[in-house]
Design a protein around this ligand. Sequence first.
Ligand SMILES: Nc1nc2c(c(=O)[nH]1)N=C([C@H](O)[C@@H](O)CO)CN2
Length: 125
Amino acid sequence: MDFIFIEELRVQAWVGIYSREKAAPQTLELNLTFGVPDSAAEQDDIADTIDYAEVIERIRKELGERHFNLIETLGEFVVKLLFDEFGAPWVKIRIAKLGVMKGVRRVGVYIQRGREGISLPPATS
Ligand SMILES: Nc1nc2c(c(=O)[nH]1)N=C([C@H](O)[C@@H](O)CO)CN2
């Protein structure tokens, strides 16, 4: 398995438990890593892998269309999207709200998950 990463992706999302967070979207910062078949590299064909441009576009669209109370629920939604619609075998995401609490630069959720039988984390670079 190879791993695609997307760093510091900024998206507008509807998330939060407070009325101000239900009245307007806020900027989230996403860091994602997901597995792709290493056989794709041999064929050098975008059709054999997961197109990261499509992933980014899809996340932006989906998060712009619905509200989540909890950042955890939003994170699980993104993981499910990568599993069910892009066929990723393994996903790690970190999603942060920016500057929502005094004295805190980022707060959010971290989820790392593999499909059944796939649990290996990637080697860190
Ligand atoms: N575990 C969580 N705690 C809190 C969340 C959350 O999504 N998960 N959200 C909030 C508010 O929406 C916060 O972002 C406002 O500052 C508080 N706690």
